[in-house]
Design a protein around this ligand. Structure first.
Ligand code: SF4
Length: 349
């Protein structure tokens, strides 16, 4: 325990939410942003987000469109909606404070066992365990626990081990340094492919290293095949250079985000641009197609392979806007909530 907290006090990366003392609100925002997103990407967005929504109350009082636009580029927009809902609930139920009690934390939208444990232990110094992918890997290696990363039995085992270990720490800064130290070790030293055992403060206690199994543990997660979806898109530019955009449905992939006019299909792309124009129900008058064949590309999300078939057109006049469609200047796209793949398509057009 001491080895880990001593190492963490020297090796911790200077991240903007790691203030002393910890401020609960920025810590909460960072926890939501860091779920499934690399620190480098979060660092680009964290400062501007906090500048725009400087307090939990400010975030609670913002519109969903403002929050999604500020989140743009981080992906997994469901987290942005949950963070927004969490801020509203904390403003309503806790007077704009983030509660300390673990049960009250867990009642907030989007706050699961991990996030509640992280806030309770790292911000408030209470003895609660945390297990994410990094922590699970470190614990598995320390005890040479076989099993694949993310496996239900392994994760259950890791929570129990983390609970025992955190119970041995003293309440307060030691708890915080232990939990965050384990996460940091997993993120910077005990890496998934090739752990840097020579730099590890826990090397003398590590069973996987002792038996030479550190690269084999944990076993890789069995992959489930990605679902294929097809986005048949028409990028329409007006004579004045504006782009036609539309809002996606409120559920599913990239819910409520803006995109180029698109018809989504399963199994295969649409057969022809004529079919796409019919499905989009765009006025044909004044519309001039620019390519004879679609431009094809593939964008991968965690669960899907999105195949793009992109057509481009010029439109004289600015018709085509409606309940879910509008014209936008290219410079405006930065302040709108767009899925990254659609932003790239529109800006590259
Ligand atoms: S010794 Fe190597 S495998 Fe063991 S915890 Fe440290 S970095 Fe990970």
């Amino acid at each position: 325990m001491r080895l880990l907290s001593g190492w963490f006090s020297k090796a911790a990366r200077p991240l903007p939410w790691r203030t002393d003392p910890r401020d609960p609100y920025p810590s909460l925002v960072s926890e939501f942003m860091l779920q499934q997103t690399q620190v480098s990407r979060v660092l680009e967005k964290f400062g501007p987000f906090l500048k725009q929504f400087g307090s939990l109350r400010a975030l609670a009082g913002a519109s969903e469109a403002e929050v999604l636009a500020a989140w743009s580029g981080l992906g997994y927009y469901r987290r942005a909606r949950l963070l927004h809902a969490c801020a509203k609930a904390a403003a309503r139920q806790h007077g704009g404070r983030i509660p300390r009690d673990i049960e009250e934390l867990r009642e907030l939208p989007g706050v699961g066992r991990y996030t509640a444990g992280a806030i309770a232990s790292i911000v408030f110094g209470d003895k609660h365990p945390i297990v994410d992918g990094n922590v699970c890997r470190v614990l598995q290696r320390l005890e040479a626990r076989e099993g694949h990363a993310g496996g239900k039995d392994v994760v259950g085992w890791a929570w129990k081990r983390a609970e025992v270990l955190v119970g041995l720490t003293a309440r307060g800064k030691e708890v915080a340094a232990f939990n965050e130290g384990l996460m940091e070790l997993g993120a910077t030293v005990c890496l998934p492919g090739t752990p840097r055992c020579d730099e590890c403060p826990l090397a003398i206690e590590c069973e996987a290293r002792r038996v030479g199994a550190q690269r084999r543990i944990p076993a890789p997660k069995p992959r489930s095949p990605r679902r294929r979806v097809f986005h048949n898109c028409l990028i329409v530019r007006s004579e004045t250079g504006e782009l036609l955009i539309e809002k996606r449905p409120g559920k599913g992939l990239w819910a409520s985000m803006w995109q180029a006019p698109t018809i989504e299909t399963d199994g295969a792309a649409l057969d022809s641009v004529g079919e796409l124009l019919r499905e989009l129900r765009l006025p044909l008058k004044g519309l001039k197609l620019e390519n004879e064949k679609p431009e094809n590309s593939v964008f991968h999300t965690t669960h899907r392979a999105v195949h793009f078939s992109v057509w481009k057109a010029r439109m004289t006049g600015r018709i085509g806007a409606g309940r879910t469609r509008r014209w936008a200047k290219p410079a405006e796209l930065d302040s709108l909530a767009l899925a990254n793949a659609h932003r790239r398509l529109l800006l590259d057009s």
